[in-house]
Design a protein around this ligand. Structure first.
Ligand code: SF4
Ligand code: FES
Length: 248
């Protein structure tokens, strides 16, 4: 395939940035999107140009590092996959492909397609954990019976990989789907109930402080989430928040 790539280039956080055009030839349908980007970068390096900076790590849909906005969709045109799992067979010979970074105030661009998602880390630090007694009399987690439905829902919430596609696809740049997945994962289980109240209040406060927008139930996050995290988690988080705020 011959493709015409329009890629966002930005030299640093203060640079204005612009779309640049890069024609590329010899793209195979079996290549992943990131392999196509590697091929482009090899060509750029060979011709003395600076390669396009983009995030990636596992390249198998589990780490949440890859983060491209492709033709106006977070993680591109396929459903239920991350950018690293997207294949070039989803495109046609002669296509023009627009490639941009996540755009949100709380995710400032570092360079080209790489954004700073440490705001997610700060949200996690403010409550996304359980405190465990490790003094020697720790109760084995498996000795606590958990209803199957709760275990399944907690597991589904735990599949969130923290990629930020929900924020990027939301017109309000809201992080509610991400935060609600993390709140749900813990609050559905007995181990997470002890700190449930402080957790939800602190995580929502940090989310607001970091500059994420509010949820207006548009649902774009759920559509673009590569892990199928459900809006049901946002409803659960709102209930938890109300309960926490009223009994504080
Ligand atoms: S909820 Fe989905 S889109 Fe949002 S960070 Fe988690 S996996 Fe990514
Ligand atoms: S590189 Fe790890 S999820 Fe894509």
């Amino acid at each position: 395939m011959k493709l015409n790539l329009k890629i966002w280039r930005q030299n640093g956080p203060q640079d204005k940035g612009e779309m640049k055009t890069y024609p590329i030839d010899g793209v195979d349908g079996d290549m992943s999107f990131l392999e196509m980007m590697d091929m482009l970068n090899n060509q750029l390096v060979e011709s003395g140009e600076s390669p396009v900076a983009f995030d990636h790590d596992c390249r198998e849909g589990i780490c949440g590092m890859c983060s491209l906005y492709i033709n106006g969709e977070a993680h591109g045109p396929d459903r239920g996959v991350t950018t690293c799992q997207l294949h070039m067979r989803k495109f046609n010979d002669g296509d023009t492909i627009y490639i941009e970074p996540w755009r949100a105030k709380a995710f400032p661009v570092i360079k080209d397609l790489v954004v700073d998602r440490s705001s997610f880390d700060r949200i996690m630090n403010s409550g996304g954990f359980v405190s465990v007694n490790t003094s020697g009399n720790t109760v084995d987690a498996n000795s606590i019976p958990i209803p199957k439905d709760d275990a399944d829902k907690a597991f589904e919430a735990a599949t969130c990989i923290g990629c930020g596609a929900c924020v990027a696809s939301c017109k309000n740049a809201s992080a509610m789907l991400f935060v609600s997945a993390k709140v749900s994962q813990l609050s559905l289980l007995p181990q997470g109930k002890v700190e449930a109240k402080e957790r939800v209040l602190n995580m929502v406060q940090t989310m607001d402080d970091e500059g994420f927008g509010n949820c207006t139930n548009t649902g774009a996050c759920e559509v673009e989430c590569p892990k199928g995290i459900s809006l049901e988690n946002i409803a659960r988080m709102n209930r938890e928040y109300l309960k926490g705020a009223l009994t504080k």
